[in-house]
Design a protein around this ligand. Structure first.
Ligand code: NAP
Length: 505
C-alpha cells in the first residue's frame, strides 16, 4: 500500500443518522482520521429537528437500527422521535465520536483544490481532507406552501419540522395544511388535545396502511437482551415485509403485480372498516395508484378524523387571512394556529452549500440538466467526493439506515482502492454515469412512482428520484465496484475489475 495514503483524512458534513453511521463504519474499517461537521449543537439530524406532537418512525424500530448497534431497549414497535434521537446520541457516545466532531459549524463552501477538499464554515473555520462526504439527508429543508396571504396570518404558524413548543394548543382552533406522513402523525395528537377544533386541509388523499404500535414490555426487552437472535428475527421479518412492498412497486412480474393489488386492496379495506361515513370515506379515498406517493403508515389518523372536533376540508385553499383560511368556495375557516405539514425540498441535498469540484465545476452546473449521481453517490468532476442518500437512493419505504450502511461499505471499497493505488483519485467517468442512468431511466418509467401522481419522489422532469428495482438488486449493485468506471485507473486495476450490470438485476 502507498504509505502516503495509509491514513486518509475524511470530512463528513452532518452528524445525523447517516453521518454517524458512516463515521463508525469508517472507523471499523481502520480509517480514523475523520472530522464530522455539524451545523447544530447536537446530533440526530431529522430526529433532532422534527419534534412535532406524535413524531415517530414508521419503519419498525429494530429495522431502523444500525447493524452494528442493535438496541434491545426500544420502547415500542415504532419508536417515538425523541427515543430515536437518544439512540443516535448513545451510539455516537459509545463510538467516541465527540473527539471527531465540531458542533455549530455550518459548512458553507467546499472546493477541490490541489488534490484535496477545502471545507469552509459560516464561522470562517477551514478544514482540509482527502475525502469529502455529504451526509446532509434529503428531507431536510422545510418546504413552505405558496399561498396568497400566508405572511398575513396573525397567530402562530409553524412548519411541522420547526415545531414551536411554546405555543399553547389547548382550546385553540388549529388548521393543518397537508395529509402526508408528518401531518397524519400530528393530527391525532392535536385532535386529542383539550378542547381543540382541528381543520385539516387536504389537497390529495393519501394511501394509508394501518399499523399497530405495540409497546415492548420490560419482559420483552429482557428477552431481546438475553437472546439477540430475537432482535435479528424481528428486524429481518420487518425488512422482508418492506422489501416485498418495495418490489411490488417496481417489478413487472405477475407475482408482484398481484402483490401490489393485494396491498392496495388491504389499504381500501382498512379505509372501509375504519371510516363508516360514506361522504368522509369518499373524501379520504385516493384517486391514483397505490404507492405512487410514499405510502403512509399510520394507525390513528382515520379514527381521529371521525371525532367531533375534526373537520376535513377538501376545497382548494384560496388565501390565508389574518384569522384563518378562505377556501375556493368562499368559506372562511377561522383559525388561531396554522400548521404547515407541507414536506421538504427533497431535491436540495447538500445545497445551499456551494460545492465546487475540479476546475471550478459546481454542483449546480452538473445538476442543471438532470440531478443524477453514479450509483447515487459519485459525480464526474468531483474527485474523492461521495454523496450519501443521493438521487435514486430511496428504495421505496425501506429503512434508510440499511441503505446508508450499504453506501458506506461501497465508499470504503473505493477508498481502499485509492489507498492501494488502484485509483489515482476516486472520480467516476461521465460515460459511466450516463450509461448507468440510461439503464436506470428505462426502469424508472415502469415504476408505480411514475404512474401519474405528484410527489416528492419526482424530479423537475417528472422522473422518480427513487431506486427502480428491488432491494436485492440494490445490495448486489453496492457490493462490488467496477473500477473501470472510474478515471485514472492503474493498469493493475484494469486487469482486475469486477462488473455489475443493472440489466442483470
Ligand atoms: P409530504 O409527504 O411531502 O406531504 C406534504 C403534504 O402537504 C401533502 O399532503 C401535500 O399535498 C401537502 N401540501 C403541500 N403543499 C401544499 C399546498 N400548497 N396546499 C395544500 N397542501 C399542500 O411531507 P411529510 O408529511 O413531511 O413527509 C415527507 C416524508 O418525510 C415522508 O414521505 C417520509 O419519507 C418522511 N417522514 C417519515 C416519517 C416516519 O415516520 N419515518 C414521518 C414523517 C415524515 P399533496 O399530496 O397534494 O402534494
Amino acid at each position: 500500500m502507498n504509505t502516503q495514503r495509509q491514513n486518509p483524512s475524511v470530512v463528513i458534513i452532518g452528524a445525523g443518522m447517516t453521518g454517524i453511521g458512516l463515521a463508525i463504519k469508517l472507523k471499523l474499517a481502520g480509517i480514523n482520521n475523520i472530522t464530522l461537521l455539524e451545523k447544530a449543537g447536537s446530533v440526530g439530524g431529522t430526529w433532532r429537528e422534527n419534534t412535532y406532537p406524535g413524531v415517530a418512525c414508521d419503519v419498525p424500530s429494530h429495522a431502523y437500527t444500525y447493524s452494528f448497534a442493535p438496541n434491545p431497549d426500544w420502547s415500542s414497535f415504532f419508536a417515538p422521535g425523541h427515543e430515536i434521537c437518544a439512540y443516535f446520541q448513545s451510539v455516537f457516545d459509545r463510538y467516541a465520536l465527540a473527539e471527531h466532531t465540531y458542533f455549530n459549524e455550518e459548512v458553507t463552501r467546499c472546493h477541490y483544490e490541489r488534490g484535496r477538499w477545502q471545507v469552509e464554515t459560516a464561522n470562517d473555520t477551514h478544514f482540509e481532507a482527502d475525502f469529502l462526504f455529504s451526509a446532509t439527508g434529503f428531507l431536510h429543508r422545510p418546504k413552505y406552501p405558496e399561498i396568497p396571504g400566508l405572511e398575513n396570518f396573525a397567530g402562530p404558524k409553524m412548519h411541522s419540522a420547526r415545531w414551536d413548543h411554546s405555543v399553547e394548543l389547548k382550546r385553540k382552533k388549529i388548521g393543518v395544511i397537508g395529509t402526508g406522513s408528518s401531518a397524519t402523525q400530528i393530527i391525532p395528537e392535536l385532535i386529542d388535545t383539550e378542547n381543540t377544533q382541528v381543520s385539516v386541509f387536504q389537497r390529495t388523499a393519501q394511501w394509508i396502511v394501518h399499523t399497530d404500535n405495540k409497546p415492548y414490555s420490560e419482559s420483552d426487552k429482557a428477552k431481546f437482551r438475553a437472546k439477540p437472535s430475537r432482535i435479528e428475527r424481528v428486524k429481518n421479518l420487518s425488512l422482508y415485509v418492506f422489501e416485498q412492498g418495495t418490489t411490488a412497486l417496481t417489478s413487472q412480474s405477475l407475482f408482484y403485480r398481484t402483490m401490489h393489488k393485494l396491498f392496495a386492496w388491504n389499504a381500501v379495506r382498512h379505509l372501509k372498516q375504519k371510516v363508516k361515513n360514506p361522504e368522509l370515506r369518499k373524501k379520504l379515498t385516493p384517486d391514483y395508484t397505490f404507492g405512487c406517493k410514499r405510502v403512509v403508515m399510520n394507525g390513528r389518523f382515520y379514527d381521529a378524523m371521525q371525532k367531533p372536533n375534526a373537520h376535513l376540508v377538501t376545497e382548494k385553499i384560496a388565501k390565508v387571512v389574518p384569522n384563518g383560511i378562505v377556501t375556493a368556495d368562499g368559506q372562511h375557516h377561522e383559525l388561531d394556529i396554522l400548521v404547515m405539514a407541507t414536506g421538504f425540498d427533497s431535491t436540495a441535498f447538500m445545497r445551499p452549500i456551494s460545492l465546487e469540484g475540479r476546475d471550478g465545476i459546481t454542483i449546480n452546473d452538473v445538476w442543471r440538466k438532470k440531478m443524477v449521481a453514479y450509483r447515487s453517490m459519485c459525480l464526474p468532476g468531483f474527485p474523492n467526493f461521495f454523496l450519501t442518500l443521493g438521487p435514486n437512493s430511496p428504495v421505496g419505504n425501506y429503512s434508510v439506515i440499511a441503505i446508508s450502511e450499504k453506501q458506506a461499505d461501497y465508499a470504503i471499497q473505493l477508498i481502499n482502492a485509492w489507498q492501494s493505488g488502484a485509483l489515482e483519485t476516486v472520480e467516476v467517468k461521465r460515460s459511466a454515469l450516463d450509461s448507468w442512468y440510461a439503464k436506470l431511466k428505462g426502469k424508472l418509467s415502469h415504476t408505480i412512482w411514475a404512474s401519474g401522481c405528484q410527489s416528492w419522489y419526482l424530479d423537475a422532469d417528472g422522473d422518480p428520484l427513487t431506486w427502480p428495482d428491488s432491494w436485492k438488486a440494490w445490495t448486489r449493485m453496492m457490493k462490488t465496484c467496477n473500477l473501470d468506471d472510474f478515471e485514472h485507473v492503474s493498469v493493475q486495476a484494469q486487469n482486475d475489475t469486477e462488473t455489475y450490470s443493472l440489466a442483470e438485476s
